[in-house]
Design a protein around this ligand. Structure first.
Ligand code: ADP
Length: 348
């Protein structure tokens, strides 16, 4: 469910809660007032029956029924008590029905009003997302040409050694920026476009993702071990491939040379459980709850060690999993490694 819909429902619930709290309070006061009045009228009626003009009627009733005045009085008292209880019950039912109607009407009106209240915010967020997507798109072309020019200059071999080194650094920065733009575009497109679900083979998706990070894993001599059968599931191929690229990319980035990445897939009746485990530097417990937040990166001493990133990968990964109505969890131990566990429904 989109965040707008969730917030709208929450706001509706608050509106309804406030209206119902006021209505229940008033109903209680009204009920107390009415029943108090009915009871007072009942007492009056009884007094008039015993002492006022009703006395004659009481005697006539006793004679017609062949009973004593006391018995007739008790009979009338029972009748009046029964009427009193009936009246109280009727008032209670009436208030209950009225509250039911108020609840239904206020739910509809509150839902409509919550939508109207949130509309400007939603438009602002959409505008912001469009801006990020457009800006990222505009930045992509000059960055690609910058990257090509730097690569061509380095490969020409005509550069002095110190300039070549400088160009290498530039190339790394350009690659990092390009990566950031890809992630921003990924996030923007996930939030604006509708994902396309189709039948796909999970093993193929994993293989494609492994191919996409192959050049990085080769650089660090990191080996992949993939244990999976050919599971079929319904999902968006492009974004699921991106999900695995992010996880593999991180596993490589945060592992030492010669490390290994284990990918295991198990299937239950309704979902697949994928584990991506590395034996890298690990994540300390205090950071685990935050790593899926946007722009969250762990301490600068680690980020300074030449590891480019902007803390967007895992937030994008989480978004992709949520779009597939799945879940992503992490367990990790410092210096031992990290395992991401993804659960995806077989039918999205
Ligand atoms: P980044 O672009 O910085 O990698 P991510 O959102 O992908 O951003 O990850 C957030 C943080 O979580 C990273 O800065 C890193 O410290 C930590 N992290 C993610 N994956 C791993 C992993 N496999 N091993 C160790 N740390 C990891």
């Amino acid at each position: 469910m989109r965040i707008f819909e969730i917030t709208r429902i929450r706001l509706t619930a608050w509106y309804v809660f406030i209206i119902m709290a006021i209505s229940t309070m008033f109903s209680f006061v009204i009920y107390q007032g009415i029943t108090h009045n009915i009871e007072a009228s009942f007492m009056n009626a009884e007094t008039r029956m015993e002492r006022g003009p009703g006395q004659i009627s009481l005697q006539m009733l006793a004679e017609s029924r062949g009973m004593s005045t006391e018995e007739a009085k008790a009979m009338l008292h029972d009748l009046l008590v029964e009427e009193l209880e009936n009246s109280k019950k009727n008032v209670f039912i009436l208030l209950l029905v009225t509250n039911g109607v108020i609840f239904s009407l206020s739910s509809i009106v509150s839902y409509y009003l919550a939508g109207r209240t949130l509309m400007p915010i939603q438009e602002m967020i959409d505008e912001q997302k469009r801006f990020i997507a457009d800006a990222s798109h505009e930045l992509k072309t000059p960055l690609t040409s910058l990257k090509t020019s730097i690569e061509v200059s380095i490969q020409s071999g005509k550069l002095p050694k110190d300039i070549e080194k400088l160009f290498q650094y530039n190339l790394e920065d350009v690659n990092a920026l390009s990566n950031l733009i890809d992630r921003l575009l990924g996030l923007a497109s996930l939030e604006t476009k509708k994902v396309v679900f189709s039948n796909l083979d999970l093993k193929e998706v994993i293989k494609t993702a492994v191919k996409r990070v192959r050049y990085l894993s080769k650089e660090k001599a990191i080996k992949f071990k993939i244990s999976t059968k050919n599971y079929q599931l319904v999902g968006d191929e492009a974004s699921l491939t991106e999900l695995f690229v992010i996880l593999f990319d991180n596993a490589i980035k945060y592992s030492s040379k010669g490390g290994k990445i284990d990918v295991t897939v198990k299937c239950t009746r309704t979902s697949v459980i994928i584990k991506v485990a590395d034996n890298g530097i690990g994540i300390s417990e205090e950071h685990l709850p935050n790593i899926f937040d946007r722009f969250y990166r762990i301490d600068s001493s680690r980020t300074l060690t030449n590891l480019h990133g902007y803390g967007l990968g895992l937030s994008l990964a989480k978004k992709i999993v949520e779009n597939h109505r799945g879940s992503i969890k992490v367990s990790s131990e410092l210096s031992k490694g990290t395992t991401f566990i993804i659960k995806l429904p077989l039918k999205a």
